[in-house]
Design a protein around this ligand. Structure first.
Ligand SMILES: Cc1cc2nc3c(=O)[nH]c(=O)nc-3n(C[C@H](O)[C@H](O)[C@H](O)COP(=O)(O)O)c2cc1C
Length: 157
C-alpha cells in the first residue's frame, strides 16, 4: 500500500514523534500540509493526517488542506493527534472537524490514534507544563502497534 503521512507539529514536536514511528512501520514519507499539492495525494492508497490539537481541533494548515482536497472514491485515510487532555469522547470530538472534512471528500477513515503530548501553552509554561515526557516509550509502542494493525484494516475495509 502506497502510504503518506501529512503532519503539522510545532509546539514540542510531539506529534512528529508519533508520526515517525508510524511512518517507519508503514514505509511512508512524511510531508507538511504546505508541501502537499492536494491533487498529488491521489497516487496514494492510504493517507494519514495528523497534528497536535489546538483549540479543540487539528491545526489550521491541515484543516485548510482538507478543504482543498479533490473528491476521491474509496480512498483510505487515518487520523492521529497528540493533545494535553485525553478521553475517549474528547478525542472523538477533537478529531471531528478534520474527520468530517475528509469524509465529505470521500475518504474512508480506517482508524484514529491519539496520545498525550507535553504542553506548555499559556500559563502552563510557568509551572513546568503538563504531560512532561509525553509521548513516552509506551505511547510510541502504542503508535507502532496502531500502524501494524492499520495495514490489515486498510486492506480489509
Ligand atoms: C495554542 C495551543 C492550543 C492548544 N489547545 C489544546 C486544546 O484545545 N486541547 C488540548 O487537549 N490540548 C491543547 N494544546 C496542547 C497540544 O495539543 C499538545 O501540546 C500537543 O502535543 C502539541 O503537539 P505538537 O508538539 O505536535 O505541536 C494546545 C497547545 C497550544 C500551543
Amino acid at each position: 500500500m502506497k502510504t503518506i503521512l501529512v503532519l503539522y507539529s510545532y509546539h514540542h514536536m510531539n506529534t512528529e514523534k508519533v508520526a515517525k514511528v508510524m511512518a517507519k512501520v508503514l514505509d511512508a514519507q512524511i510531508k507538511t500540509p504546505q508541501e502537499i499539492d492536494p491533487k498529488d495525494l491521489r497516487e496514494y492508497d492510504l493517507v494519514g493526517f495528523g497534528s497536535g490539537i489546538y483549540g479543540e481541533k487539528h491545526h489550521k494548515f491541515l484543516l485548510d488542506l482538507a478543504d482543498k482536497l479533490p473528491h476521491v472514491a474509496n480512498k483510505k485515510g487515518f487520523i492521529f493527534s497528540t493533545s494535553a487532555i485525553m478521553g475517549k469522547d474528547k478525542v472523538a470530538e477533537d478529531h471531528a472537524t478534520l474527520r468530517k472534512k475528509l469524509q465529505s471528500k470521500g475518504y474512508i477513515i480506517v482508524d484514529e490514534f491519539a496520545c498525550k503530548g507535553f504542553n506548555t501553552n499559556s500559563f502552563l509554561k510557568y509551572f513546568g507544563g503538563m504531560n512532561k515526557g509525553r509521548p513516552n516509550t509506551r505511547d510510541l509502542e502504542n503508535a507502532k502497534e496502531f500502524a501494524q494493525k492499520l495495514i490489515q484494516k486498510a486492506k480489509g475495509s
